[in-house]
Design a protein around this ligand. Structure first.
Ligand code: HEM
Length: 112
């Protein structure tokens, strides 16, 4: 269950971020919904991550890849907040967000 929530939130955050990027210069309601969904799924990634870590009994010996992902999650959250502000949103910022997002998936799969 924790893993399912983790996966669905990751998919959700990528889709919401894609919409947020596509609607970067829009004042529409859809843009607001995309930004809010990005926030909700982003928080759910964090909640499900530590839920998953406790189900897998990782908390007593927290792995290095887990720490790396936690740092990346913080970075992505801060950049994500900036990306929803018109003043800071740019193609470059979204490119960095997507690259770091893929890096987080790489860390999850290869567990360096
Ligand atoms: C940046 C956001 C994150 C992304 C994109 C992400 C992505 C993923 C992916 C793709 C998997 C499946 C890997 C596999 O089964 O091979 C996974 C599993 C997992 N993630 Fe995350 N994750 C993120 C944040 C976190 C954080 C912050 C933690 C902190 C504890 C975490 C803990 C875990 C754990 C414990 C697993 C299960 C590993 C296993 O089954 O051995 N994730 N994550």
């Amino acid at each position: 269950m924790a893993k399912t929530v983790h996966f669905v939130s990751i998919l959700g955050v990528f889709i919401a971020t894609g919409y947020s990027f596509a609607l970067m210069n829009s004042e529409s309601k859809a843009k607001k919904i995309a930004d809010n969904l990005q926030a909700v799924f982003g928080i759910l990634i964090f909640v499900s991550a530590f839920w998953l870590a406790s189900v897998l009994d990782l908390n007593s010996n927290f792995p290095r890849w887990g720490k790396l992902k936690t740092v990346l999650w913080f970075l992505l959250t801060i950049l994500g907040i900036f990306s929803t502000k018109k003043k800071y949103a740019s193609r470059g910022l979204f490119a960095v967000i997507f690259i770091l997002g893929f890096l987080a998936i790489g860390i999850a799969v290869f567990k360096p």
